[in-house]
Design a protein around this ligand. Sequence first.
Ligand code: PGA
Ligand code: ZN
Length: 475
Amino acid sequence: MSVQEYLDNHMLSRKIEEAVNAAVRAKSPDPILFISNHMRKAVPSVITKVKARQILDSRGIPTVEVDLHTNKGVFRASTPSSDLTGLYEAVELRDGDKGSYLGNSVSKAVKNVNEKISEALVGMDPTLQSQIDQAMIDLDKTEKKGELGVNAILAVSMAACKAGAAQKEVPLYKHIADLSGRNTLTLPVPAFTVISGGKRAGNSLAIQEIMILPIGASRFEEALQMGSETYHHLKAVIVDKYGAQGCNVGEDGGFAPNISSFKEGLDLVKEAISRTGYNERIKIAIDVAATDFCMGTKYDLDYKSPNKSGQNFKSADDMIKLYRELCAEYPIVSIEDPFDKEDWEHTKRFSSLAICQVVGDDLLMSNSQRMKKAIEESTCDALLLKINQIGTVTEAIEVVKLAKDAHWGVVASHRCGETEDSFIADFSVGLSTGQIKAGAPCRGERLAKYNQLLRIEEELGDDAFYAGEEWRESS
Ligand code: PGA
Ligand code: ZN
């Protein structure tokens, strides 16, 4: 092909003329840079390759990281992980070879990305998120994404979302808002884990975590400061009472002193809050994760205790009584999974008291069918959203819409096995979830999310809106 034919085929003279005119109109101080950027924009973005690798999550367990290549750059994302039961949620693909990472390696999921998924997505426009997600769903063909693995699919979906934002030259949170048809952006109220228990810590505390919510902050930046200061005051309170050993931390960064009762933990947190002087500006939430200690119809509050007395088996009605007392005595505004995941009856009964927000985590498993049932039956009034239980950005957006249409609260959530990826921070702002739960205000994989929210708030400047008092019904 001659040079002239090439120029004609690509209509280059016209495109260059347009770029020059645009530079003149913009009175650009650096016309060559302006023209080259203009030309770059004129080229549509296409996916050229999707490449995955096995990395380790914050627990030291393998997960999938993806580099999605377009003709304009490389976009990276990684999938968080936990004990996915696969009951109503998407399925992780693990190799199961006991000789490699105790069966947890993910080379099959990596291979699926590098071969099948890459082949299906090459040539696609990364701004078309729902088409990309649908292509992977079609390729997988199973209901729970077990063929390719949710660990493979989600990382690609998030990386494509980042590439789509870059093509549009907008921040990730703005692209996510666009994808969901929203035009409001809200900085969420963080729920910082300060005391860890349950399966995530080696102490005797049955419940999974105690969190603090700086609802009274005026900005996210202030909320983070309030959270951090309380965390450090708490450390001092714990050292005074239990010695330095009490400050060992659980998997999500909360302190794990050897306490065994709800009240012991709540008193420590109450004392730390009073030392900060923030008082009623900080509220408390608990994640009971009651499924983990439900034995038949009873709840064993001593399930981790080495010296079980056998006296601490509570009926569901006893638990309701206990929650009522705790909410009266402490500034508790939210309780997650107060009963076993199949105990819809008592969850509903407790919700109907309208004492605090009732969050469905194990109860719902971010599953739209279970959510619809819970909405219809008024079982709870908030969703704990774990995107790796769903598997694609498009479906996660749909699930948030479902919750919001029911006027539920929405908590964008991390997993215990996290990575440095801060995707859920942008996701929570773009969808105005109003709440985010990403662990303690310490440890890199948790702070990746909180620090990203700081950046977003800075970038939004005067347009930044912190959910604050509107944490439950952020529009
Ligand atoms: P995970 O859940 O530990 O299963 O990741 C965290 C939570 O219950 O909020
Ligand atoms: Zn939970």
